[in-house]
Design a protein around this ligand. Structure first.
Ligand code: C5P
Length: 224
């Protein structure tokens, strides 16, 4: 029987790596909700609604109906890529510039409402793995399996640093560590749907746990 798997946790705790692997193994659909908040942020940057020292949240809210988000499965990569108004933005949304502004955009209730509605629609049919910050609390409070991922800030920053380096981005480790900590602070203290671990979620601290071991533990939970 197919189920809904909700994965929440702090930034760069390896949520998407585990989620992708689970979806592949189970033949489920994987939805990266962070990509959606990142795509809205990219749109806001491109249209001058947000920059480092200015945020016209009211203007962005009015513009929301013009923002269309979709995922298209890339067979070669084995996962779905993010499209913003029909354009593949998978690379642009992962930059440090977007990472620095995304949590501010994600604080806006109207934006959360739009994205949550779309996420619930995508998960209407069981057989889904969704990762984010509010999946087990808001998007799918009835998910059969809820995982909450944690790891030390330095482990997380190192992971993100390597990812960006691998992509050929020019990055600075201190900058990334600071960004990871700042996003965690905003994400867990915001008024609307803050990042919290629910009582029915199972916590995974993968600071020291290898991916294989982690994956096997989660698969046992799925099969229970
Ligand atoms: O998962 P990722 O790190 O790509 O998410 C980027 C940002 O989007 C998070 O730091 C958070 O501010 C926001 N987000 C959110 N709710 C989600 C997913 C992401 O607020 N469900």
């Amino acid at each position: 029987k197919k189920i809904t798997i909700a994965i929440d946790g702090f930034s760069s705790t390896g949520k998407s790596t585990i989620a992708k692997q689970l979806a592949k193994e189970l033949g489920y659909v994987y939805v990266d909700t962070g990509a959606m908040y990142r795509a809205v942020t990219l749109y806001a940057m491109q249209h001058g609604y947000i920059s480092e020292n200015h945020f016209d949240s009211k203007g962005l809210i009015e513009e929301l109906p013009a923002i269309s988000l979709s995922f298209t499965f890339n067979k070669k990569l084995g996962f779905a890529e993010m499209y913003l108004n029909g354009v593949n933005v998978e690379k642009e949304i992962r930059t440090i510039e977007v990472s620095k502004l995304v949590s501010k955009v994600a604080e806006i209730s109207e934006i959360r409402k739009k994205l949550v509605r779309e996420q619930q629609e995508m998960g209407k049919n069981k057989g889904i793995v969704m990762d984010g910050r509010d999946i087990g609390t808001v998007v799918f409070p009835d998910a059969e399996l809820k995982l909450f991922m944690t790891a030390s800030a330095s482990k997380r920053a190192t992971r993100r640093y390597k990812e960006l380096l691998d992509r050929g981005d020019k990055v600075n480790y201190e900058d990334i560590l600071q960004n990871v900590q700042e996003r965690d602070r905003i994400d867990s203290t915001r008024k609307d749907s803050p990042l919290v671990m629910t009582d029915d979620a199972i916590e995974f601290d993968n600071s020291d746990m290898g991916l294989k071991e982690q994956f096997e533990r989660i698969m046992r939970l799925v099969n229970d």
